[in-house]
Design a binder for this molecule. Structure first.
Ligand code: UDP
Ligand code: MG
Length: 136
C-alpha cells in the first residue's frame, strides 16, 4: 500500500521570528515531503483558541493561544507516504529537551511552549486542521 497522506505543519512564532522558515522547509523537502500549500499569516487569539480547542481544559491553554497568535506563522500542507507519522518523527518530542538528535525540535526548539513546529497527530485531525487553514 502506498498510503500517501497529507498533514498540517505550522512553523510557530519563535521560529519565524528567528528567520528559520527557509531552513525548516529545507528539512521537510530533504526528508521527502512535498509542500503542497503554504502561507504566512498572523492569527487572532480567537482563531488560536479554536485551533487548539482540544487543549481547552489544560493549564497551558491560555498561554498557548496567546503565543500562537503573538506573531507570524507559516502554515503548510505537507504530503508524503505516511506523512502524519513521518512528520511527528521528524519534529521530535513536544519538549525539545526530550527530542531525539536530528529532529526539528531538538535543533531549534527553545522550550516546551516555544518548540518551533506543530504537526497533526492523526490522519483525521490532519484533515480537520488542513480544512481549518485552507478551506476557502
Ligand atoms: N504545550 C505547552 N506546555 C505543555 C504541553 C504543551 O506549552 O505542558 C504546548 C506546546 O507548544 C505544544 C502544544 O502546547 O506543542 C500542544 O501540545 P501537544 O500535547 O498537542 O503537543 P504536540 O502535539 O505539539 O507535540
Ligand atoms: Mg498535539
Amino acid at each position: 500500500m502506498s498510503n500517501i497522506e497529507q498533514t498540517l505543519s505550522i512553523i510557530k512564532p519563535d521560529a519565524v521570528e528567528r528567520n528559520l522558515e527557509g531552513e525548516i522547509k529545507e528539512i521537510f523537502k530533504n526528508n521527502g515531503f512535498e509542500i503542497l500549500k503554504e502561507k504566512k499569516i498572523q492569527i487572532e487569539k480567537s482563531e488560536a483558541e479554536n485551533f487548539y480547542r482540544v487543549h481547552e481544559t489544560k493549564p497551558f491553554y491560555n498561554d498557548l493561544c496567546d503565543y500562537l497568535s503573538s506573531g507570524p506563522i507559516v502554515v503548510m500542507v505537507l504530503e508524503k507516504k505516511n506523512a502524519v507519522k513521518a512528520n511527528r518523527e521528524l519534529m521530535g518530542a513536544t519538549n525539545p529537551k526530550d527530542a531525539e538528535n536530528g529532529t526539528i525540535r531538538k535543533k531549534y526548539g527553545i522550550s516546551i511552549d516555544k518548540n518551533s513546529v506543530h504537526g497533526s497527530d492523526s490522519a483525521d485531525n490532519a484533515k480537520i486542521e488542513i480544512d481549518f487553514f485552507f478551506k476557502d
